[in-house]
Design a protein around this ligand. Structure first.
Ligand SMILES: *Cc1c(COP(=O)(O)O)cnc(C)c1O
Length: 503
């Protein structure tokens, strides 16, 4: 492995290996890749490990001399793999987490090998065109107008941040870009429901808008924004001298999967001249599933839409996406003038630069894994898988409704479910505040035991002040049978907690 062929000019074979050495490295790595995809459903979902234990195995001073790739692959297999959570497991229901696809993993290897840098068309013409193609496909999946455009980002938080930056710039113009927020005469206001992801608040903080200027609008029993309350709040703010400039609607909240009434919010945004941004990071691709498609009516009216292909397109991290209804409305917020970015091309498509539409300059070739996954699977298979994920969540809701020992805490809108376990003592009659607090503690304990068990994994949420076991089905491997196994696993965890409490 370490021999240097005399006809090569590299510093060292580790930095510049021969084709044969590369084949050897990749062959061993690919053996692992294939075996992993084959066995992920049988692995314990979450590792039993500690920071101290991992540091013992991994920490070392900067290696001065290199070592064989085989040795590194061994550390990967023996320490890294068992030391992480397996997000591809069919009963990993925590957070909003995709399993990854095999073809995307291959695409990432190819993209890193080609090492295209998608700053602008001229730097990587075909990769840039491929990014336009996948943006067009995503637009089609969402029902966007042909004039819309956008770009891939590191994730949904970055897409939300970028959208708010574009919205702020449209409202404030160059004054704020040049002199800072202090140059703006009045406080800005963003509107979003109480269920909105914290990345919106973070963006407001980072952009100098301020977290308290994100006005949280109450929701209805389905956790959808109350549009009358939105209008009242905008009116109040205007009278008080604040400047409403943006409304953020959710297309799939992270807690319960609620989709706000998009068409109604679009009408309000139009009426008050607000930039409408839709956070569709979790839910947007559910427009490909026939049963939930009508929820997305009005989506195409948004000025911007944030999405996460590394969620419901099943892609491995990282890959977010931002679509602008009118990309030219966003451009003044980002375009810059510097010698090294001056574009010489005269053909507009060839003068195109991604840096004009977001904060990044260097950008990796994320489009390849999006393109390969969509073109290899086809949108029908992806839509079927999404529909099946939604069906699993609805099936779980039916199982819960048909049982005495579980209670659903929020309606199932897409593929997120929130519920809790009820011990026999809590199954009948009314409950006092103390009973409710006991249920919170019991279910919190159940979640911890479940996570340690390794067969099913749920995270948590607070629903109307109560502790909920929360899951999200976002994996093409998950079946209805897994939902039954999940409930059995929760019951087993509850028994274990009961034994701990009353041995
Ligand atoms: C996941 C998520 C985000 C943040 O996306 P990242 O890719 O994790 O940065 C924002 N909003 C919603 C609704 C999400 O589900």
């Amino acid at each position: 492995m370490t021999s240097i062929s005399p006809d090569r000019r590299g510093f060292d074979s580790a930095l510049d290996p021969s084709a044969e050495q590369i084949r050897d490295m990749v062959a061993h790595a690919v053996d692992w890749v294939a075996a992993y995809h084959d066995s992920v459903r049988d692995l314990p979902i979450a590792p039993r490990t500690s920071a101290a234990g991992l540091k013992d195995l991994l920490a070392e001073p900067l290696p001065v001399e290199g070592r064989d790739f085989a040795d590194l692959l061994r550390v990967f297999r023996e320490v890294v793999v068992p030391g992480t959570r397996h997000n591809g497991h069919p009963r990993f229901f925590g957070y909003v987490s995709a399993p990854g696809t095999a073809v995307a993993a291959v695409a990432d290897l190819l993209a890193s090998t080609l090492n295209a840098n998608l700053t602008a068309w001229r730097s990587a013409p075909a990769p840039a065109e491929l990014e336009h193609v996948v943006i067009d496909w995503i637009k089609e999946a969402l029902g966007c107008d042909p004039g819309a455009g956008g770009l891939l980002t590191s994730g949904g938080s970055m897409a939300n941040f970028t959208a708010l930056a574009a919205a702020r710039h449209r409202h404030c113009g160059d004054t704020v870009a040049t002199h800072g927020m202090a140059a703006h005469p009045a406080p800005l206001r963003v509107y979003a429901s109480t269920e909105t992801h914290h990345s919106i608040h973070k963006a407001a903080a980072l952009l100098g808008i301020g977290r308290t200027n994100v006005r949280e609008i109450q929701v209805d029993a389905h956790f959808r924004m109350d549009v009358d309350a939105l209008v009242r709040t905008i009116e109040e703010d205007r009278i008080a001298g604040a400047e409403p400039f943006c409304v953020v609607a959710n297309a799939g909240t992270v807690v319960t999967g609620a989709v706000d009434p998009l068409a109604d919010i679009a009408a309000v945004a139009r009426g008050y001249g607000l930039w409408m941004h839709v956070d569709a990071c979790y839910g947007g691709f559910a427009r490909l599933a026939p049963s939930t498609r009508p929820l997305f009516d009005g989506l195409s009216e948004a000025d911007s839409i944030a999405l996460d292909p590394h969620k419901w397109l099943y892609l491995p991290a990282d890959c977010g996406c931002l679509i602008y209804r009118d990309p030219e409305a966003a451009r003044p917020a980002f375009s810059l003038d510097a010698d090294y970015t001056r574009v010489m091309q005269t053909e507009p498509a060839e003068a195109f630069a991604f840096w004009d539409y977001g904060p990044d300059l260097s950008r990796r070739f994320r489009a390849l894994k999006v393109w390969m996954t969509l073109a290899h699977a086809g949108s029908r298979a992806v839509g079927d898988a999404i529909e099946s994920n939604i069906d699993c969540a609805r099936h779980l809701a039916e199982l819960i409704d048909g049982s005495d020992d579980f209670e659903l805490l929020a309606p199932v809108e897409l593929s997120i479910f929130c519920f809790r376990y009820l011990p026999p003592s809590a199954q009948a009659g009314s409950r006092s505040q103390t009973d409710e607090e006991q249920l919170d503690r019991l279910n919190e304990r159940i979640m911890a035991v479940l996570q340690q068990g390794g067969s099913s994994y749920l995270s948590n949420a607070t629903i109307n002040g109560r502790f909920a076991l929360r899951g999200c089905v976002l994996n093409y491997r998950t079946t209805r049978h897994d939902m039954q196994i999940l409930l059995d696993d929760v019951r087993r965890a509850a028994e274990q907690v009961a034994e701990e409490t009353h041995p």
